[in-house]
Ligand binder design. Sequence first.
Ligand SMILES: Cc1cc2nc3c(=O)[nH]c(=O)nc-3n(C[C@H](O)[C@H](O)[C@H](O)COP(=O)(O)O)c2cc1C
Length: 165
Amino acid sequence: MRTLIIYYSSGGSTKIMSETLSMHLKADIIGIKDLKNRKGFGNMLMSSINAFRESKTEILPETVDLSAYDIVYVGTPTWANKPSPAIITLIDNCNWRGKDVVLFTTMTRSGGESTLERLEEKIRMRGGRIIEGIMLKTKDKSPEEIINDTETLIEMYDLKMYSGV
Ligand SMILES: Cc1cc2nc3c(=O)[nH]c(=O)nc-3n(C[C@H](O)[C@H](O)[C@H](O)COP(=O)(O)O)c2cc1C
């Protein structure tokens, strides 16, 4: 079973979660870059508005070839109760037909459910099958705590089974 993890991370938390998943599931990993400047208070406000409206953004890479993979993980921070614009854009640029997909999101306190619902809707519309949706709260957590929490989630959701690890 070949597993791929695709993620976007602005502050680093989703990146830590993705790298932990990748290590334990022996998965390839691709970080998506958003070419818009998302730092600073004004840009953060705009980012929330962009996420709320599901505005597209310029990303790198623009698309990912999923054909070699059996299972694809998609991870995003929750922004304004929605997925990040980078992941919204990426989903529209990929071919999800026949893929088993695990979704995950990080958030400080709430909005993860609606983020996962929206991701599920979009990927199912494009022919993918969602097998899990996972949330991780990151508020006041150190990198070590995020790693530990991710390891707990791997056990809780039996994620190694899907990847045959
Ligand atoms: C623009 C923006 C909007 C956010 N909106 C939410 C939200 O609606 N709910 C929430 O719990 N956290 C929200 N957060 C916090 C992030 O989801 C949380 O810190 C996440 O773990 C960040 O992941 P990252 O470090 O990978 O970017 C928001 C953060 C930003 C920058």
